[in-house]
Design a protein around this ligand. Sequence first.
Ligand SMILES: *Cc1c(COP(=O)(O)O)cnc(C)c1O
Length: 450
Amino acid sequence: MSADDMRRLGHRVVDMVVDRFERRNTEAVITTGDASDLTTQLGGPLPDAPIDPDTTLDLMAQVALQNMQHGDHPRYFARVPGPASFAAILGEWMGTGFNTICASWGGGSGPAVVETTVCTWVAEMLGLPAQTEGVLLSGGSLANLTGFCVARSEIGSGVAYLTDQTHASLPRNLRQMGLPEDHIHILPSDDALRLSADTLQSAIAEDIAASRRPMMVIATAGSTNTGATDPLDAIADICARHDIWLHVDGAYGAPAAITDQGRATLRGLERADSVVLDPHKWFFQPYDLGMCLVTRPGALDRCFSMNPEYLRDVQATDGAVNYGNRSLELSRRSRALKLWMSLRSYGAQAFRGAVADGIALAEFTESHLRSQPETWEVITPAQLGIVCFAHRESDAADHAARAARLAASGFATLSTTTLKDRSALRLCTINPLTTKADIIETLDRLAAPL
Ligand SMILES: *Cc1c(COP(=O)(O)O)cnc(C)c1O
């Protein structure tokens, strides 16, 4: 492409993205296409001859990128929203435009220092110890896997403890790491859908009695279902007593620790050996971005280092970080640029305010539900931006029908779930652009007769 073509097409892309930002309140919050229709429009024979890039950009915007969930829409309440900020998007574009790599020190020393910087900044915001080290990954799934590998390399293989509320990708990780089933100890959660310290303590005693060695407790800070946080401080006491690795899956909820209220809920987080968070959830980053933080210096590198002859020219030896030695990824783009750009552009104070708004909005939602007891029942209270509730006259099929009707209308979308055999509706309110009026109108439409 000529420089003129690159500029014209590049400016067009910026315009298309900003135009969408301006009208996203009015577009359908989620659109699910028909597989054969989409294949007809987007597939077809391999293009042997060039197709005009403008045509492809139009097709991309109008078809490929229309048929998806818009997690940054202010009435997207399903699963976990993705309210990406524009400064972060700029960082992502720069990284791609410069074909950034962050694998070895020699190959990407600038991006490596940006990655170290954002991991240090986030650890500080969460209140983790100063020696905390980190690595960026595609999301919570891979960041948790990374933490598990480090735990096993530091402690040796043994039993991992989790609950029926632990995110489904975590037991999958453990199985794919080759842990046998009797080393994946899934405990029943208590009435508040949390891990009880007593249940954990007896499970550990039972395993020790059966000559199984406890390796790691996986606690959740903000469960995907309800936003519940396991009692981290009490769990950390048990881990300290038995020399067990404490891994905290805060993929959803860890960012709450940057607010005063969240810090109190997550008390004990600072005692974890490893912590995972998903900046593409509650740190306002575009997909994808997960972070694994490890509070034991050198543990990430001890687990993942390799030093083949063909990398020796570019590997750091003087204490600088080779990020290809901190996870299973070698060639990797810089996922740090977007977070660095947005933390610098908005400042930590704006992040604290935006996360606090999400927590407060779920509390508003809970009190609004409680003000209409003839229509709604609160199943789990507002916890870190999530509230679960039931429609008085609805069973699971009715809940699903109400949620589907709302999504099909394009106005808003939320999730259904099951909590201790009870069907529930679930709102996740972490988009700082969402208003109270959005919540009220969404609940009114949800309650309309089927
Ligand atoms: C989202 C989530 C995960 C998985 O993260 P991905 O980014 O989707 O891979 C893991 N744990 C919890 C608690 C989550 O909410």
